[in-house]
Design a protein around this ligand. Structure first.
Ligand SMILES: Cc1cc2nc3c(=O)[nH]c(=O)nc-3n(C[C@H](O)[C@H](O)[C@H](O)COP(=O)(O)O)c2cc1C
Length: 237
């Protein structure tokens, strides 16, 4: 089994990084032979949409004959998703929504004719569905009765992922991080993780054939976590 683990916080002392790493560790518990590709959008941001990529996406005609090299980054990132049986995303809430580095990734993986079809009834996903676990850290509260702000993050990210076919999603919020000190954070994370439902992993247990990146280290996954992405996108800075 293969996991794509994405982080998008710019912070090293990040709650969403800790949360996504903890989710990945839970996945490794049920699938100890899994391998992991890291995509660290927080520390190694992708370029925002550039002119030749926007030109390629401008119309069906330009998509059929895109400028040379314009789709290379998009293609590499889509292949990372396609290679994964499970995707884990760690994201902060920034101004009621996802951070711009995660939006830059979405702008590369949602592509008409490649990951979704445009139909009169709307966008139809072209990727095989697979579980996506999304750990969200927010300074304030955005769910339930105590919510004191709108949540554009969950509906937007859910729709963006569904539109390419990734419909099996689980959002795990870790809220009110502004009021957590260092000692309280692990307990708050454990409480958030209690909502994690891994039953969907049972169906994937037979998927194997890869080695685990942490094998032999004896350390928790998060300690072995490399800061740089393991696969390199051609053309990315
Ligand atoms: C630019 C920026 C915008 C933010 N906007 C919000 C927000 O709209 N709602 C909220 O609850 N917290 C907001 N926060 C606080 C973060 O969500 C909080 O610090 C969270 O823990 C960040 O995730 P991280 O710890 O993984 O970096 C914002 C933080 C930054 C830096």
């Amino acid at each position: 089994m293969h996991i794509l683990h994405i982080d998008s916080s710019p912070r090293r002392e990040s709650h969403s990084r800790e949360l996504s790493a903890a989710i990945a560790e839970k996945l490794l518990e049920v699938a100890p032979g899994a391998s992991i590709t890291r995509r660290d959008l927080g520390f190694e941001p992708l370029p925002h949409t550039v002119a030749n990529y926007a030109a390629a996406l401008a119309s069906p005609a330009t998509l059929a004959a895109p400028p040379k090299g314009s789709l290379d980054i998009s293609e590499a990132l889509i292949r990372e998703v396609e290679a994964a049986d499970v995707v884990v995303i760690g994201t902060p809430m920034h101004n009621f929504a996802i951070p711009s580095v995660l939006k830059a990734w979405i702008d590369q993986i949602l592509r008409v004719g490649r990951t979704m079809m445009s139909t009169p009834a709307g966008k139809v996903g072209m990727l095989r569905d697979r579980p996506v676990f999304i750990g969200v850290a927010s300074g304030g509260v955005f769910t339930g009765d105590q919510a004191n702000q709108p949540d554009f993050l969950t509906p937007y990210l859910s729709l963006a992922l569904s539109s390419i076919g990734l419909k099996t999603q689980q959002f795990i919020p870790l809220e009110a991080t502004a009021f957590l000190d260092r000692e309280q954070a692990p307990l708050a994370r454990e409480k958030a993780l209690a909502a994690l439902d891994l039953t969907v992993m049972g169906e994937l247990r037979g998927v194997d054939g890869c080695h685990a990146v942490r094998s032999g280290t004896g350390k928790p996954y998060r300690e072995a976590l490399p800061h740089a992405p393991e696969s390199v996108v051609p053309g990315a800075p």
